[in-house]
Design a protein around this ligand. Structure first.
Ligand code: I6G
Length: 677
């Protein structure tokens, strides 16, 4: 939309800005296709705010600047639903769906029925009333007959239009749907709350409910709430069937899920459940099932209601994703650098389609904060494809004599003293490479793709080599022979020979990869490459003092101290020397990268899972074109490249106005073209 109105009258400029901002909201929330960065959107909003402040006579309560209204200090008023907000009958099994379809065919006396299948969002149902095309009231479902007036809070949700798009709109219009919070928004919100020492939310649904019921709309406005519409009341006359109504709702400004589909008969119902179930993990929002509706409204009317549910609809639920079980023990695992990570050992429990026996407890602080004790009844959650986690303990079910969990004083693997890291939530085993667990992790890291890339040297083989004392450190790998390797479990002569070859091949390595392979704390792939380019050779790097190290791009005092410490240790210098003696030849990289570097000077962040390749490969290929690929978003990031289920980095990008690229843009980048942001 044009901004040429800048010089024209304030009234015209204000109207143009309002239109433009509404159009951007529509593109962002309804079409899922934003056309400007958030920073530009914010600039438009600020310009409008300023003009409205200068011209109070041109005020409009539905201006996009008026999303945050007054506090509801007296609590929320009660709203009677003129048409009750019904609940849906539930089904958990295919048989129940078959029975639903059979009953409907029988009542309608037809051979086959067309249905819609829609994802059932795990959020909160609300009803929105529009008069003259303007939002006049929003109410929660409550008990179905009456809910709470949450208009002030709902107005802050940008996905909900304050004014409708188009002419000849039904008036009044009542639209129903679900307010929800995205998974990425939920994670970012919880991180923020935890950083501010506030209570965090257990799941996105609770976060959405808690956010919508805030007495101060300014708090709601700050929460990442979204909305999907799924129903317009019958008298609205938006269409003759459910699909047509959803299409029309989209046209007039409401977000509608793109997963909705029209299906035929029982086979169609079951296939839609499977398809939506398969898409579930990749979504950025929680769904807890699929809602089936008879497509045709005349047929819906014919079928009518039974008690408080429509006979023409059914909610097919996914298996529960949170379950109650008992925490048998808390074990600690030892990482490559000795960091201890607690792991929950659980009474096996079936959650979200799999049996879970272990779950993450994230870190030591979290156990203290949540006061989780071995023996506790705990709630375990499996969200999508992520590692199962212990959500919380139920202290009300706790035996009175259950002691608090204590961090072990000695490493459970090597018995070395456990050190608490000052000012951090972490504890570490002090055993260094004496500790077999650290040794195994260090070897796994050494052999990994981004490091020495030794194909065939996996976790199980490394575990055997360490346990049989065949390998103590990476240098020992280079003296392994076929006979020794063939003697390991699940290893034949042929694979042993292949592995010996792969180990030999790895001797030819770039200095950057070699440095990364050494596993120096804080030194990632990018840091290692920068060091290699800067120093040009191993000797110069090993001799560098912290000050010289800090001169390298992106090397701060902490990383510099770790590098210096690493090479000051006689033990580490000896391993490096033995690697060189074994024929490992780290090749210096020139300060000027060779060949064409179309992306040099550009920094990217990858988030979410890519469908075209693993993230590690995308990273490598971008780096090969001269790009920098980092783990955190800053103002200097050229773009954040997003795959499915992006994390909080996407929010950060939007917050900072950093460009967001999809996989098509990534493909262009890999061809050396920089897409328009
Ligand atoms: O609770 C609900 C969730 C989703 C619904 C619903 C829905 O459609 C996708 N549709 C109706 C008609 C009702 N509840 C009553």
């Amino acid at each position: 939309m044009s901004r040429s109105g800048k010089e024209s009258s304030p009234a015209r400029r204000i109207e143009a800005l309002r239109e433009e901002i509404r159009a951007h909201n529509h593109r962002y929330y309804v079409l899922d296709d934003p056309s400007i960065p958030d920073a530009e959107y914010d600039r438009l909003l600020r310009e409008l705010e300023q003009l409205e402040a200068e011209h109070p006579e041109l005020d409009d309560p539905d201006s996009p600047t008026h999303r945050v209204g007054a506090r509801a200090d007296e609590g929320f008023a009660t709203v009677e639903h003129v048409v009750p907000m019904l609940s849906l009958a539930n089904a958990f099994e295919d048989d129940e769906v078959a029975e639903f379809d059979r009953r409907i065919r029988e009542l309608l006396d037809v051979e086959s029925v067309t249905y819609t299948a829609e994802p059932k969002l795990d959020g909160l149902a609300i009803s929105l009333r529009y008069e003259g095309g303007r939002l006049v009231r929003a109410a929660t479902r409550g008990d179905g007959q009456a809910g709470e007036d949450v208009t002030g809070n709902v107005r802050t949700i940008r996905a909900i239009p304050l004014t409708l798009v188009g002419d000849e709109l039904p008036d009044p219009l009542e639209v129903r749907g679900e307010v929800y919070m995205t998974r990425s928004g939920f994670r970012a919100l919880n991180e923020r709350l935890a950083a501010e020492d506030h209570k965090t939310f257990v799941n996105p649904r609770n976060a959405a409910a808690g956010s919508l019921r805030q007495l101060d709309p300014a708090v709601t406005a700050d929460r990442p709430l979204r909305f999907f519409a799924y129903q317009a009341l019958a008298e609205a006359g938006l269409g003759d069937n459910q699909s047509a109504v959803l299409e029309r709702l989209r046209e007039i400004g409401f977000p509608v899920s793109s997963l909705v589909r029209r299906v035929e008969g029982l086979d169609g119902l079951l296939a839609a459940y499977r398809d939506i179930g398969e898409a579930r993990d990749a979504l950025d929002f929680d769904i807890d099932g699929v809602v089936y509706k008879v497509e045709d409204f005349d047929r819906q009317q014919e079928l009518g209601f039974v008690s408080r549910s429509p006979r023409w609809a059914l909610a097919r639920k996914f298996p529960a994703q949170e379950e109650l079980t008992t925490l048998r023990a808390i074990d600690v695992q030892v990482g490559r650098t000795g960091k201890l990570t607690p792991v929950a050992r659980l009474e096996p429990v079936f959650v979200g389609g799999v049996t879970v026996t272990n779950a993450t407890l994230h870190n030591l602080d979290e156990i203290r904060r949540k006061d989780i004790r071995p023996g506790d009844a705990v709630i375990v959650r499996r969200a999508g494809d992520v590692i199962p986690e212990v959500v919380r303990a139920l202290p009300e079910k706790r035996r009175s004599d259950l002691p608090e969990w204590q961090l072990p004083e000695h490493c459970p693997v090597c018995g070395s003293h456990v050190e608490l890291v000052e000012g951090q939530a972490d504890a570490r085993c002090s055993g260094g490479l004496v500790c077999p667990a650290q040794r195994k992790r260090a070897l796994e890291h050494f052999a990994s793709r981004g490091a020495m890339d030794i194909e065939g040297l996996g976790t199980k083989i490394i575990a055997q080599l360490v346990e049989r004392q065949r390998v103590d450190d990476p240098a020992d790998l280079y003296s392994l022979d076929v006979e020794t390797l063939a003697g390991l479990d699940r290893m034949g002569e042929k694979s042993a020979a292949k592995l010996v070859e792969a180990i030999a091949r790895s001797k030819d390595v770039s200095l950057g990869r070699f440095l990364f392979a050494l596993g120096i704390r804080e030194v990632g792939e990018v840091g290692a490459r920068n060091l290699a380019r800067h120093f040009g050779g191993l000797d110069a790097l090993m001799a560098a003092d912290p000050e010289a190290l800090e001169a390298v791009e992106d090397v701060g005092p902490i990383m510099a101290a770790h590098i210096h410490e690493f090479f000051s240790e006689q033990r580490n210098r000896a391993v490096v020397q033995r690697l060189l003696d074994a024929g490992v030849t780290p090749q210096a990289e020139s300060a000027e990268p060779a060949g064409e570097q179309p992306l040099s000077g550009c920094s990217f962040v990858l988030t979410g899972s890519l469908s075209s390749m693993p993230r590690s490969e995308a990273k490598k290929r971008l780096q090969a074109l001269g790009a920098k690929v980092t783990g955190s978003v800053s103002k200097n990031t050229r773009a954040v490249i997003v795959g499915d289920s992006p994390g909080s980095k996407l929010d950060k990008a939007r917050e900072l106005g950093v460009a967001v690229f999809d996989e098509d843009a990534l493909a262009a980048l890999l061809e050396g073209r920089l897409p328009e942001a």
